[in-house]
Design a binder for this molecule. Structure first.
Ligand code: ADP
Length: 467
């Protein structure tokens, strides 16, 4: 499977899982909100029925007659109710709102039962299917044949006389029952409306989640894909770099083996070539291993305070011979005050020496290389400036890439592997610093290393140890 289809499949899988998880979260959330809304609506409706029943109960109870045949009184109290087993001729004009206080008479109905559970009176708008005997449970929900749901509440009524007779052994516990109910049509309509919103909204939001998860998984895969490509490029470059010296080494060995005995005096010279190529390979592998260990931060020893003044003066001295051999004037300008940074001394040596070696390498004879060290605002600056061949602006960002060489032939002639600046940059990053380049073709280059310095800390530590 090629890398493109591998990444596409991974992206698809990531998007699928993301959309799946989001879908489950959305469904649970949507269902939860739906249930909470329904329950809140239902509770509000039951509270309203209870409150109407309570008001009605309190206003009716003192007026209730004690007699077993209270028709006449009931007609007086509830003129808009139909009486059981009598023709129902209640008209809206007779409704005395103040008596029962139900504002919306098309929604609510009331029914009155005696203590035996026989229907005495009822609102004319009660559902037709209701039985004339009482179901004593407090709350009931039912559906009529035309599919309309009703919810009703039943409460006990006591007449004023019942309260006095409460202690008598044969007295009835109550006068009767008041039942108040309402149609659930508006409630069911609201429920259907919410269900529609969810039924349409859920697939749309799921679609949006699927699209956005595809996009997000693409974003998430991008750096991984880039790093994978870089790795592939790196492997290809490394293989290429290893192949050339290896091929030359093998060719030389083959030539030695085929050499006639008469030309044996050429052997030492050829062995030198073998040795040179072997060293080149060994350097290359060592550099690669060093880069890898820097990136993985493996086997990292703790940072130590390192004096940059010593480091720069040592290196300038070390490179003096090489510079003078190339007829290059190497100078240094080092700050008088001691500048310390926290780091690995060997790595810092390698960092600065790579820059000085490059400056000498890419400066023609008679040129100048200057190394300077100073510090400002807790930052140490090490600069390596040369009057060499310079680097074109388009190359300046690429020179830090592994194996990258400006005009690779030119660099190969100087024995460079294209890893020097990559190693320098990795060391600087490892020390939380920065490495910048300014260069002009034919004029020269300036490499600046910025490192966080601990100058003040060291001074105070020294002062403490003295006191
Ligand atoms: P190399 O080992 O080939 O020198 P580096 O990573 O050290 O590899 O440098 C990468 C490229 O940057 C080199 O090929 C060289 O062309 C260019 N370069 C580095 N330093 C300088 C410099 N001081 N002046 C001009 N070119 C430079």
């Amino acid at each position: 499977m090629n890398s493109y289809s591998l990444f596409r499949r991974s992206r698809l899988r990531l998007a699928f899982w993301y959309a799946g998880v989001m879908g489950v979260i959305l469904s649970v959330l949507g269902f939860g909100i739906y249930r909470a809304m329904m329950q809140a609506n239902w509770a509000a409706m039951e509270r309203e029925i209870e409150s109407i029943a309570g008001t009605l109960h309190d206003s009716v109870e003192p007026l209730l007659p004690a007699s077993e045949a209270p028709i006449a009184v009931l007609r007086q109290i509830f003129p808009d109710l139909c009486l059981s087993e009598q023709p129902c001729n209640a008209t809206p004009t007779l409704i005395q709102r103040h008596t029962i206080g139900i504002s919306d008479r098309s929604t609510y109905y009331i029914r009155l039962f005696n203590h035996q559970g026989h229907l005495l009176a009822f609102s004319p708008n009660q559902p037709l299917a209701l039985p004339n005997t009482l179901n004593r449970s407090s709350w009931q929900t039912f559906r009529t044949v035309n599919g309309i749901r009703y919810h009703q509440f039943t409460t006990i009524l006591h007449s004023a006389k019942d309260h006095h007779q409460a202690n008598e052994p044969n007295a009835h516990p109550s006068w009767g029952y008041l039942q108040i109910g309402r149609t659930l049509e508006p409630f069911d309509a609201e429920t259907r409306r919410i269900q529609w919103i969810l039924a349409i909204g859920f697939p749309i939001s799921l679609l949006l989640v699927a699209v956005s998860s595809w996009w997000l998984s693409g974003l998430a895969m991008q750096p991984i894909y880039q790093s994978y490509q870089q790795q592939q490029q790196f492997t290809a470059n490394a293989a290429h770099e290893l192949r050339s010296p290896l091929a030359s080494l093998l060719a030389t060995v083959e030539a030695i083996l085929r050499l006639p005995t008469s030309s044996q005096h050429d052997v030492p010279m050829m062995l030198q070539t073998v040795e040179r190529q072997g060293r080149r390979l060994s350097h290359l592998i060592a550099d690669l291993l060093f880069l890898t260990s820097l990136e993985q931060n493996s086997g990292a020893k703790p940072f130590q305070p390192c004096c940059l003044n010593d480091l720069v003066s040592d290196l300038t001295e070390e490179f003096l011979e090489l510079a003078s051999a190339s007829d290059i004037h190497l100078t240094s300008q080092i700050s008088n005050s001691e500048i310390y940074v926290l780091g690995h001394e060997s790595q810092l040596y390698r960092l600065v020496s790579n820059l000085i070696a490059n400056a000498i390498q890419y400066t023609p004879t008679g040129g100048h290389v200057m190394v300077s060290l100073e510090s400002h605002d807790r930052t140490a600056y090490v600069t390596v400036q040369d009057t060499g061949i310079g680097i074109a602006p388009s190359e300046q960002t690429r020179i830090f890439d592994r194996f990258y060489r400006v005009e690779s032939d030119r660099s190969r002639k100087t024995g460079g592997t294209g890893l020097g600046l990559a190693i320098a940059q990795a060391i600087v990053f490892h020390h939380q610093g920065q490495l910048l380049v300014k260069s002009e073709v034919g004029v020269g280059s300036l490499f600046t290393i910025y490192l966080p310095c601990i100058h003040d800390l060291i001074i105070s530590l020294k002062a403490e140890s003295r006191s």
